[in-house]
Structures are given as C-alpha cells and as structure tokens.
Write a protein that binds this ligand. Structure first.
Ligand SMILES: Cc1cc2nc3c(=O)[nH]c(=O)nc-3n(C[C@H](O)[C@H](O)[C@H](O)COP(=O)(O)OP(=O)(O)OC[C@H]3O[C@@H](n4cnc5c(N)ncnc54)[C@H](O)[C@@H]3O)c2cc1C
Length: 408
C-alpha cells in the first residue's frame, strides 16, 4: 500500500491550502473529500453570499448616489434568476479552477467519506474511508463544522417545512420573502440581514446580546451599524432571545405573533468533534497550534473551533504543513475579521475591550472621509475607524473600521 507523507481529510479552504503547500514542499499528498471541492466557503458560504452582497450594494449605491451626480435610471431592480445564474456559474468556475490547481500540483484527490483513523505504528496512520483504506505518516483533519441549531421550541418543524434554514443554505432561494427573520447577529446574520433588506424583504433581526455583533464589535461600531441598518429598514431586536417558533413561521414580538416567510438561523457553526474519527485515544488540539495530543495528527480550520473563517482556515492548513516539515510555526494571533454587511466592517487585530481595564487603553476616532478620498465616490458615507491604543506604549492594540467599500 502506498504511504503518503501527508493525508488531509476535507477539501475546504483548510484542506486545499494544506494540500497545495505540501506539494510545494515536495511532500506526497492525499486529499479526501466526501462532497465537493471548496467546502462551505466556496459552495454555500463566502462565495454565494459575497455575490448577493455585491449585487445589493451596487443597487443601493446607484439608487442613492447617481441622482447626486446627475445620472438618471428608471425601474432599477435585481433580476433574481440572472443573479442566481451568476452565483452558480461562479461557484462552478471556482470549483473547477481549484480542482485543476490540485491536479496540476500532483495532489491525489479521492472522493470518499473519511470514517476514522487508527494507529499502524509510531510513525504511520491508517485512514479508513467508506471505499478503501489509505496509509500516511501525517494526517490533517480539516472536516469543518456543523450549523448550530439554537434550542428554540418548534424549531424542528420549521426546519422540516422549509420556513427556517441555516445560514449555509439561505443563499439558495428563488423568490424574495416578504418578511424575513434573522436569528443571530454574528457575521453571517449581519450579512443576511443586509442581503434580504437590500432585495426588498422586510427584515427583523433578533439578537440575545445587548448590541449587534456581540462582544466582537466595538460598542460605537455596533451603534453606528444599528443606525445604518435601521435607515435601510431593518428592524432590530436586541436583548431578544427567540424562544418559540410556531409551525407557520410565527414569532412572538412584544406579545404579538408576527408571521415570517423565511427564518434564517445564523447562530454559528459548531466544530466537528475530532474524537469521533479516532479509533483508540481521544484527540484534542493545543490552543495556539494545529498540533494535537497525538503525534502526526493535526487539526485545521473550522474543526478547531477557533477562528471559524476561511482566511484562518487557510493559514492553519499551511501552518500544519510547515510544522510537518520541521518548522516552529504557530498560528498568528491576529487574523483580521472581515464582515461584508452593508456597511462593511474590518477588524484588524481582534480585541475584546471587556478583557482589559479601561485605564490600560484609549481610543481615537477618525472619520473615513479623512482617511481616503472617500467623499468623492461615497458622498453619503459617514463611516469611521476606531484605533485602540495602549495607554503606556502608545501601541495600536486593535483597529475597527466601518463604512462603505472598505473591504474591496
Ligand atoms: C453564510 C456563510 C458566509 C461565510 N462568509 C465568510 C466570509 O466572507 N469570509 C470568511 O473568511 N469566512 C466565511 N464563512 C466561514 C467559512 O465558510 C468557513 O470558515 C470555512 O469554510 C472553513 O473552512 P474549513 O476548510 O475548515 O471547513 P469547510 O469549508 O467546512 O470544509 C470541510 C470539508 O470537509 C468535508 N467533509 C466533512 N466530513 C467529511 C468526511 N467524513 N469525509 C470526507 N470529507 C468530509 C466537507 O464536505 C467539506 O468540503 C462563511 C460561512 C457561512 C456559513
């Protein structure tokens, strides 16, 4: 049986970047995928949502800005069937491109379901798949996570009858719902609220925490986002944990039942438990590394439960290969977070204000218009950047920017 230097289970961003890095460094690489190349990001996450977001932002910009520049256009609207075609074609093209790139790199790609791994010797692992067994000196588990279903009474019924769906399925729709509920205001929830509001749906956004984005967003950024969302017609319910949904899509708001045509569950992703794939010992990842308690076994991407973004997944896949090659590599602690909602948010050096006494830092606020030539092309944008500096050394601890087009 062929022995691979490295086998990778899961061909999402983490698995693909690991495979390409392994081949770049001359290691033999096997990549096992049960569905499609590209994982959640390409097939049902980042890519489809970013195309939808691009469309609604363009539409709004034309509507709001063009009259200011004297441009007149009538009957502006989004033709959903054409937009869907664009999404499907892009996914197909990116997927084929990735597959080509993997083949050209010399990665052996196997479409199979990875079931478990077992120890063959101190330096060799057997990988048991539905249709065969493989052997490798190192194994990277990059199997991603599962959509989290919040515990809401009646949730299974609305998931079954199609009124509710998780954020990884919500991009795939043929009609704009009249009323949409988005449950959760993390990155996916903020993006979907922007998408459906931009398409003309009446959006209600429910968040259990006291501000949008939970601890992730600086309070001033969260307040600005809330006011921008409200200008776009999004109704925001903070301190509002949805406890019950009736089978016809009803949610109680201030004692009154409101019916929704679509309910999007954006309550996050839960990492797959790596131990369910281990034959003997339990397996767990060290906090700041991709290494586990088992030598030769690594965990990268969403499966680690750490950063849960495609950017972080790619970095972790590459880091695993660097360690396999004998380098002392660690995952950078400051992977930026990009939220493509409308307006967009960039958090460089993510930092949680509540984790430090206020005497240890101070804040500086800069209007976006003074940062770049923003006012010429975005005459209405009031976005800003907040720099959080440490009191002693005047070091930048974090920077948060909110505004139009800051991520492109
Ligand atoms: C709506 C939405 C929008 C998002 N937008 C962004 C964004 O703008 N920017 C960003 O950085 N991130 C975004 N994300 C998050 C991003 O998609 C994930 O962080 C990223 O896909 C994680 O990559 P991964 O390789 O760890 O896992 P995945 O992408 O989940 O890939 C895991 C792969 O493993 C395969 N697999 C699972 N089990 C098995 C098995 N037993 N055998 C074989 N194969 C298996 C799966 O089929 C899948 O292909 C978004 C997510 C969602 C849901």
């Amino acid at each position: 049986m062929k022995i691979y230097d490295v086998a990778i289970a899961g061909a999402g961003p983490a698995g693909i970047s690991a495979a390409l890095e392994a081949r770049k460094r001359g290691l033999s690489a096997l990549l096992i995928e049960q569905k499609q190349i590209g994982g959640v990001c390409l097939n049902c996450g980042c890519v489809p949502t970013k195309i939808l977001l691009h469309a609604i932002k363009e539409l709004r910009r034309i509507r709001e800005n063009d009259p200011l520049f004297g441009i007149q256009a009538d009957n502006l609207h989004i033709a959903l069937p054409l937009l869907r075609q664009r999404i499907q074609r892009t996914i197909f093209r990116l997927r084929s491109g990735r597959e080509d790139q993997l083949k050209k790199s010399g990665t052996e790609l196997v479409f199979d379901t990875f079931l478990r791994f077992s120890k063959a010797s101190d330096t060799l692992w057997h990988l048991h798949c539905q249709n065969g067994t493989y052997s490798a000196k190192n194994l990277i588990l990059a199997l991603g996570g599962q959509d989290h279903t919040p515990s809401i009474s009646g949730i299974s019924k609305v998931l079954e009858n199609g009124i509710a769906m998780h954020s990884s399925q919500a991009w795939d729709f043929h009609e704009v719902p009249r009323k949409t509920a988005v449950i959760g205001s993390g990155a996916a929830g903020l993006e979907y609220a922007s998408i459906f509001a931009g398409l003309g749906s009446e959006v209600f956004l429910f968040e259990a925490f006291s501000r949008l984005g939970g601890y992730l967003l600086h309070p001033e950024t969260a307040a600005y986002l809330k006011s921008e969302f409200e200008k776009r017609g999004i109704r925001i319910f903070l301190h509002s944990e949805v406890k019950e949904i009736s089978s016809d899509g009803g949610i109680l708001i201030q004692g009154e039942k409101t019916l929704f045509d679509k309910i999007i569950l954006a309550a996050g992703t839960r990492p797959l438990d790596p131990s369910i794939f281990a034959s003997e010992a339990a397996v767990s990842r060290h906090d700041c590394s991709v290494c586990t308690n088992l030598p030769g076994i690594y965990i990268a991407g969403d499966m680690s439960g750490k950063n849960m973004t495609a950017d972080a997944a790619e970095i972790e896949g590459i880091t695993a290969i660097r360690i396999i090659c004998g380098e002392k590599a660690v995952i950078p602690s400051e992977i930026p977070i990009r939220i493509y909602s409308d307006p967009e948010i960039l958090i460089e050096k993510p930092f949680f204000l509540h984790s430090l006494p206020s005497s240890h830092f101070y804040e500086e606020k800069i209007a976006l218009a003074s940062l770049k030539n923003h006012l010429l092309t975005h005459p209405k944008d009031q976005g800003f950047q907040i720099l959080i500096r440490s009191s002693g050394e005047n070091k930048i601890l974090s920077s948060i920017t909110i505004g139009e087009d800051i991520l492109s």
